[in-house]
Ligand binder design. Structure first.
Ligand code: EPZ
Length: 432
């Protein structure tokens, strides 16, 4: 496993470019095989999750060409089977999007159950409810989801919980069904809207994405499209909190400020200055941070994917803050790690009580999952002294060139692979 070696204590200052949204890209990649014509997707993030999904798609015969790092051409006309190999797809959760796409196009799919971050139980009952409502037979056995339908017919589907994955999956499965489908209590995240816009660019008829009710009128087929993915709301938010925790001044470029409103609002409550521009936000933290209360909610609420980054930042504020995690049941695993850096945080059920401390100190810490890993890196950047963050493969699932972007902002961070390199990088950073 690789590590980051970090020498903390330097405010991050400068500009950073945000890449394409990973969680939009995963749905868009799956949806791209629903036509036999070639689809071009731009602003594709070059991260492990999307690359694993592309490999799995190639494994069933999808033709993939990458004319450049962030552009991918996809042609699904030669898909030879609908059975995804476990070895190919076990590393990511979004494998389930292939069920919606393959069912929607071929009326059948066999996909291994998702893997992914251990932030909670991650059920798929709402996905299955949607597929069955459209007329598919769905069973889960031997760790594989099997779905098949003679015909898919539009249905009125009421989601029992607001779920990004199931909303996207049902949009895909229903876009070539006969008749109209309504999804009530739909997820409204920017990446749900992006997948709907992408499907519409291929000829689908999806209305209402971004609201509680999405209406889909089935079409006979989908066609070629060229599409550019929206900027990643969570990558942007991570750099916004990196500025706050290091008391820095960062201009975050290539964002949609509207998508960041709940994050900007919390940072202003905490005492940061946040300026919005057409496609950028600037976060300046010139003084100490104030405590606050956060409850994670579906969009447009405060995103659960930003909860760890907010937690480590509030650990350095003055006063007592609380965070309530209402989406996942196991998303405080970073707390034990940041407590080893001197934080004073207690977790009771799905709420953390954070007593701010004057400073964090460097330590050897381990990334427990994707967003917690990113949070531990920004905590190490703020801490006094040297830290080693282990298991950074989690971080590489969702952040492109993370350490390079941080270095460009003045961070003293290097990648290492094992004890010898860790020692070498420590010497290099501490002598710089
Ligand atoms: C997506 O996961 C994201 N992943 C997650 O981001 C994100 O945290 C989550 O949405 C919430 O915004 C991708 O897009 C690949 P959900 P997803 O279905 O779709 C319950 C990251 O860091 N639920 O919206 O799996 C579920 O248990 C990742 O990039 C059911 O009960 O999340 C949870 O409590 C981590 N039954 C809630 O809904 C279901 O069938 C929200 O889950 C599905 C979900």
């Amino acid at each position: 496993m690789s590590q980051y070696v970090v020498a903390g204590g330097t405010p991050l200052v400068g500009e950073v470019e945000i890449g394409g949204a990973k969680n939009a890209a995963l749905g868009i990649l799956a949806a791209s095989i629903m036509t036999d014509e070639t689809v071009t997707v731009e602003n594709m993030p070059d991260v492990r999750d999307t690359n694993v999904l592309l490999d799995a798609m190639e494994g069933i015969g999808v033709e993939i060409h990458r004319p450049s790092r962030h552009v991918v051409n996809i042609n699904g006309s030669r898909v030879r089977n609908v059975n995804i190999e476990y070895e190919l797809i076990k590393k990511i959760r979004a494998s389930y999007y292939l069920v919606g796409a393959l069912l929607g196009k071929y009326r059948e799919a066999e996909v291994p159950l998702p893997g992914g971050c251990n932030i909670g139980s991650r059920p798929i009952d709402q996905h299955i409810k949607g597929f069955r409502a459209l007329g598919a037979e769905v069973d889960v056995e031997g760790g594989v989801i099997r779905a098949r339908a003679e015909k898919l017919t539009g249905a009125h589907i009421y989601m029992d919980v607001v779920t990004v994955g199931a909303t996207i999956n049902i949009m895909m499965a229903s876009c070539m069904a006969e008749g109209k489908t309504t999804i009530e209590n739909a997820a409204k995240e920017p990446h749900v809207v992006d997948v709907a816009n992408f499907l519409n660019s291929m000829g689908a008829k999806i209305r209402g994405a971004g609201t509680d009710v999405i209406r889909i009128s089935g079409v006979r087929s989908l066609h070629a499209a060229e599409y550019s993915i929206i900027p990643d709301q969570i990558e942007a938010g991570t750099f916004m909190f990196a500025s706050a925790i290091t008391r820095g001044d960062i201009m975050i470029r290539n964002v949609i400020p509207k998508h960041l409103e709940s994050i900007s609002s919390k940072l202003m409550e905490m005492g940061c200055e946040v300026d919005e521009f057409d496609d950028a936000v600037r976060v300046v933290c010139a003084r100490g941070l104030r405590p606050t209360q956060i409850k994670t909610l579906p969009y447009p609420g405060f995103p659960t994917d930003m909860q760890p980054q907010a937690g480590v930042t509030l650990a350095t504020s003055g006063g007592v803050s609380t965070i309530t995690e209402s989406i996942f049941e196991n998303r405080f695993k970073y707390v034990d790690e940041v407590v080893r850096m001197g934080a004073d945080i207690k977790v009771e059920g799905n709420t953390s009580i954070i007593r701010g401390v004057p400073k964090l100190t460097g330590a050897n810490i381990t990334a427990p999952d994707l967003r917690a890993g990113a949070a531990l890196v920004i905590a190490a950047l703020a801490a006094e002294g040297c830290s080693v963050v282990d298991a950074i493969h989690y971080i590489e699932r969702g952040y492109e060139d993370f350490e390079l972007k941080l270095k460009h902002l003045g961070a003293r961070i290097e990648k290492a692979d094992g004890e010898t390199e860790i020692r070498k990088q420590k010497l290099k950073l501490l002598s710089a």
